[in-house]
Unconditional design. Sequence first.
Length: 106
Amino acid sequence: MTPEEKIALEEKVVEMLRTVFDPEIPVDIYSLGLVYKIDIDDDANLHIDMTLTAPNCPAADFIVDDARIKLESIKGIKSVDIRIVFEPEWTKDMMSEEAKLDLGFL
């Protein structure tokens, strides 16, 4: 996989992550700052490290399943591995300016 192909796939991954929402928050998981790492290896396997707004998030399974289904639909991605991590701990400072505005934090 060329560096250009990898960049194009990463852009599609971000675009797709912007369509995944926590059902309790009207902002996508990427803008919320919940996605910590996006890595595509040379064999087109996608590895994502992400967190949740709270460790006991009741929508965790829904969010991960929604993300996985959408990411697996990207042409060129062979497999999707989503890892939930809690380090570093998520804070609202990780949100994009747009997300903060949407949620009334600005």
